[in-house]
Design a binder for this molecule. Structure first.
Ligand SMILES: [Zn+2]
Ligand SMILES: [Zn+2]
Length: 243
């Protein structure tokens, strides 16, 4: 199983999990044609697409994707996207209840963001084990105390870097306040990871790093030091083997 990052951050998010015969897409915040490219045109193997929340950088192309296959999101997300739940290819994702998308077993949990019913996902497939997918959340209220093989987690900013961006006039004050209140800082990312069972974790991928208030290299080093695990930055085009 591999995962391809189509995009990560406020300009558009998308990830394609795939093997020879099956695929699962996470987020539809980049144009569908990029997903088709990562799939080398083999769209018939896609079992579905999971969406965390309604913001455009995650759900902006939801209608494109839903033309091709089932899209799974919470009722709140679908409503905010102006879509009636459980119509055509739109499936309502229950929270804390496992559901199957092909051979992928998925469970959604609630996150803390400024949209209706945002969520993260625990995704299991026998070829890759368990993956945790967390983005666009102030913090995570849960401890994932079962072995997690792969972690995709938002590491958006530090408060210090946000303050600097505001001071330097790079972002308005209000944007800085919102970033701190709705996205995961390096500190809270590390706290969340430390509350997880990482004994079987093979890789940690930092996603949704802020262009203005983030520092990829510093975040990678800090998370590596805190966890002792290999850490990657989700950049456009990154392909990782999830063995
Ligand atoms: Zn986002
Ligand atoms: Zn968002």
């Amino acid at each position: 199983m591999t995962i391809t990052t189509l995009g990560s951050g406020s300009s558009g998010n998308g990830y394609v999990l795939q093997n020879e015969t099956e695929a699962l897409i996470i987020e539809c915040g980049v144009n569908y044609k990029h997903a088709v490219g990562a799939l080398k045109g083999n769209v018939s193997k896609v079992n579905g697409c999971l969406v965390t929340h309604s913001h455009g950088d995650h759900a902006g192309f939801i209608k494109q994707y839903a033309k091709a296959f089932n899209v799974y999101a919470t009722k709140g997300t679908l409503e905010e996207c102006g879509i009636q739940a459980n119509t055509f290819h739109y499936c309502t994702t229950p929270l804390f209840k496992e559901f199957k998308v092909g051979n992928f077993v998925v469970k959604a949990f609630d996150t803390e963001h400024d949209t209706q019913e945002p969520c993260g996902f625990i995704i299991y497939h026998e070829e890759m084990g368990t993956m945790l997918f967390i983005t666009d959340t102030h913090h995570i209220r849960y401890k994932f105390n079962f072995p997690i093989n792969h972690v995709f987690i938002e590491c958006n900013h530090t408060d210090g870097l946000v303050d600097k961006s505001v001071e330097n006039g790079v972002i308005p004050y209000k944007v800085g306040v919102r970033a701190k209140a709705t996205h995961m800082s390096l500190e809270r990312c590390i706290n969340c990871l430390n509350a997880c069972d990482l004994s079987k974790t093979k890789n940690i991928v930092l996603i949704h790093i802020s262009d203005n208030n983030g520092n990829s290299n510093m975040f990678k080093n800090k998370v590596e030091m805190a966890t002792g695990k290999p850490v990657y930055i989700a950049t456009k085009g990154l392909v990782l083997d999830l063995l």
